[in-house]
Ligand binder design. Structure first.
Ligand code: ZN
Length: 271
């Protein structure tokens, strides 16, 4: 169920019926070639989250566009927030979800550029000693798990993402504005990437026009085939989080121990 569609009167019972689990779909506002809307990643994350919630009840936070997308600051319409603000806002939102009883929060990103943000947020939230748990939903499905794509080069505003948007929001896709030619990785940082040297120019060195491959063969049917496994993967994560009786207990235990670190008996006694 969607947070913004509930009434205040119904909210508490909704939290109970979801087992106190909230789902925060995280997107961004950034250019997706010349043919997809700026909110593509936000729409995708929210739609997949809502579909998963239909199969496994969970309260879905409203569509959220405040992720990390410094790589797209050079193009019109990109909304780039400062990193400190992004982290603070995310924490504030999680605090609010927990204040209303959603003490298990799953963050689900629809934007590749959030791949460092969410693990960092989840990893370091322990320093704030929260009384809730946050999970990063790393739904790991290859882009073309369904084997439906005609092109191999994908990753942004490509055949895959355009198909997904034709399936989810066909009214917002302008196929007549798909670039007249495919765009192939410029690979300007290839020698660095080959040996694992990452820099802030990583993405710009590859795809400065924020368009990958060829979106022309995209179809809504392909999009449906790509979305379904993602929904299924997220549903499974929600189910395991609901029955997770380990993490909340360990988090409390760990926090108690961090207040007064002691050497484990195992080091000297072996048990
Ligand atoms: Zn995208």
């Amino acid at each position: 169920m969607q947070w913004e569609n509930l009434t205040s009167l119904d909210f508490e019972s909704a939290v109970q019926s979801c087992g106190g689990v909230g789902l925060l779909p995280l997107g961004v506002v950034e250019p997706h070639g010349p043919h997809l809307p700026l909110g593509t990643d936000m729409f995708e994350a929210h739609a997949v989250a809502c579909r998963a919630a239909e199969q496994e009840p969970v309260i879905v936070f409203p569509a959220y566009p405040f992720g990390i997308n410094h790589e797209s600051a050079h193009l019109p319409g990109s909304l780039v927030l400062r990193r400190d603000l992004v982290l603070d806002l995310l924490e504030n939102v999680c605090d609010e979800m927990a204040r209303h009883g959603l003490t298990r929060i799953i963050i689900f990103s629809g934007h590749g550029g959030n791949r460092f943000l969410i693990p960092l947020f989840v990893q370091t939230l322990i320093e704030k000693e929260k009384d809730y748990v946050v999970y990063d939903a790393q739904v790991s499905i290859p882009e073309d798990a369904a084997g439906v794509l005609d092109t191999l080069e994908t990753g942004h505003a490509c055949e895959a993402e355009t198909s997904v948007m034709l399936h989810l929001h066909p009214d917002l896709v302008k196929m007549e504005q798909v670039p007249p030619a495919p765009f192939t990785n410029l690979a300007r940082s290839a020698s660095l990437q080959e040996v694992g040297a990452y820099s802030t120019m990583d993405w710009y060195a590859m795809y400065p026009v924020m368009y990958v491959g060829n979106a022309a063969p995209a179809t809504a049917e392909k999009g449906r085939a790509l979305v379904e496994p993602r929904v299924a993967g997220l549903v499974e994560i929600i189910r395991r989080v609901k029955t997770d009786d380990v993490t909340p207990v360990l988090q409390r235990e760990f926090l108690a121990r961090t207040r007064r670190p002691t050497a484990p008996d195992f080091w000297t006694k072996g048990s």
